[in-house]
Design a binder for this molecule. Sequence first.
Ligand code: ASP
Length: 334
Amino acid sequence: MNRKSFLKLGSLGLASFKNITLGLSPSIKPIVVSTWDSGMPVNAAAWTILSVNGSALDAVEAGAMHIENEINCCVGLGGYPDRDGIVTLDACIMDEQSNCGAVAGLEQIKHPVSVARKVMELTPHVILVGDGAQQFALENGFKKEARVLSADAEKAYKEWLQKSEYKPVINIENKTQNGPFAPNFFEDGSANHDTMGLVALDGAGNLSGAVTTSGMAFKLHGRVGDSPIIGAGLFVDNEVGAATSSGVGEEVIRICGTHLVVEFMRQGLSPSQACKRAVERIVHRNPAKAKSLQVGFLALNKKGEYGGWAVQKGFVFSVKSSLENKIYPAKYSL
Ligand code: ASP
């Protein structure tokens, strides 16, 4: 460590220095962390709000909306369809007061995360699905988009139809080599993924999170994964921390994954150790099955410390604070 970086650390306080020397993430706010390398521009969108003292809730919605706008990306209407060729979207949002809203199986609406927020703010319910979710969106000013597949999704669907096999590929449910986030960052080629989960801590010390996805590619029509399920794909407890997930949603639902991660943090574990313990639940339940699937958890605690853990190699996450703007590979169990 040179003098300049030592002095910089000094200005962050002794706690940060101790964490760095222990190999833990520094504690800082505001901060936003998101799943995968595609989280970099998502974090940038969230940062425009966090950096001017905006709320974590507004920041996570802005981040999720950013990626929902990318027609050639992996999330939102540009995502891969189900086995009937229809793109159905799942999203949720949760704030520091445990208010939450979600939509599942939503069709032809560009910003499912914002519909989820409206469910949270305008209704006494938590989840709206399918036609009812779409009707609610239209009644609240969202526009019905045309039902068209993106060029990448159409190509992949046509290829898939030749065999019609449902087989998620580890780390790559939606591999779009030409998309805006295509630089294969790690040697296993992890690139585009069809779920964006992000959690943020704002300057006031409040946590919020959001998830948006087109779900597993070529799923059965009507299938809902972990992403819109509070406690599975996202959980926020403002006293403790927040967590999100990506990967095979059924495995996350079975263990109430993100709720479990937050409970482990409540017991005193660091974010990465809490994610590790949740991954171990999945692996322990069925070690043979775990070898052929991927689940990654990402967590942020009340102090602004973060960490992730996955079943297999290949899960990465993006971090943005005033200290850093980086992609990290998560550690893994198998
Ligand atoms: N978790 C998502 C789902 O099961 C998929 C993903 O993370 O890629 O729908």
